[in-house]
Write a protein that binds this ligand. Sequence first.
Ligand SMILES: Nc1ncnc2c1ncn2[C@@H]1O[C@H](COP(=O)(O)OP(=O)(O)OP(=O)(O)O)[C@@H](O)[C@H]1O
Length: 256
Amino acid sequence: MIKITGVSHHIGKQQILHDINLLLPPSQVIALIGPNGAGKSTLFSVMARLQSLQSGQVSFAVDNEERDIVQCDARTLATTVAMLSQDNQVQGRLRVHELLMFGRYPYHQGRPTASDQKQVAEIIERFELEPLAERFLSALSGGQRQRVLIAMIVCQDTPYLLLDEPLNNLDMYHSGRLMRELRELSHSQQKTVVIVLHDINQAAQFADTVVTMKDGQVQAIGCPVDVITQQTMKDLYNVDVTVLNHQGRPVIVDAA
Ligand SMILES: Nc1ncnc2c1ncn2[C@@H]1O[C@H](COP(=O)(O)OP(=O)(O)OP(=O)(O)O)[C@@H](O)[C@H]1O
C-alpha cells in the first residue's frame, strides 16, 4: 500500500500539485494517466524523494511497517522504491550488464556477491537482453536503452516500482512483453507497479487500477472499466472516443 496524504507541491510561485490524497493498493499494476503537464512526473519525483516533500506525507507499507519517505534513510528508501524517470541521463562506457549490476548497488554497496550476479543473470534472461549484455550503453538504440533501464530498475528488486512512461521508444512486441512482465511481477512477486502511460489502451488492458490526474489534482481512481469511459476521456483530454469492450476491459477508439 502506498499512502499519499495531503501532498501539495510548488515550483517557484506555480502550484503543481494540489492536495493529493491517494491510497494505492498493494500487488497491483496501477496506471497513472492524464494530459501533458498534469503533474504525474512531479508526483513520482516527490514520492521517490528526488524532489523534497513540501507538504503532506508519503509512506510505503513493507511487512506491516509504514516507511515514511521523509524519515527513511537513503538505503532503506533505495530498497523500498525504484523509479524510472523520463529523463534518464545514464551514459558513458558502461556495458549493459554493468549497468544492471548498478541496480543492485543498495544491496552490495560496491561489492557484488554471487547472489547479485545470479539476480542480474535472471533479469537479463527475463528481459531477453542476452544479445545486448556485453554492449556499451552508448551503442544502443533508443528502445534498447529503454529496455535496459527498465531492467536495471527491476534489478533493484524493490517492493514498489514507479515507471514514468516506460513504453517510450518500445515497439509493439516489447511494449506488450513489458506490460506482461510487470503484471507477472505484481501478481506473482507481490510488487506494486505504478506506471505513467499515455497509451490508454495499454492501461485498459493491463492495469488493475487506473488513477487519473489533471491540473495537479487526482480526478478518479478505480478499475479500468469504471474509469476509462467516454466522459472521462472527454474531461481529461478533450477527445471524443468510442469505448468498446474486449473481454471485460475497455478499448478506446478515436471517434473524431
Ligand atoms: N522545473 C520546473 N520548473 C517550472 N515548472 C515545472 C518544472 N517541472 C515541471 N514544471 C511544470 O509542472 C507541471 C507538471 O509537470 P509534470 O512534468 O509533472 O507533468 P506530467 O503530467 O508528467 O506531464 P507529461 O505527460 O507531459 O510528461 C507542468 O505545468 C510543468 O510545466
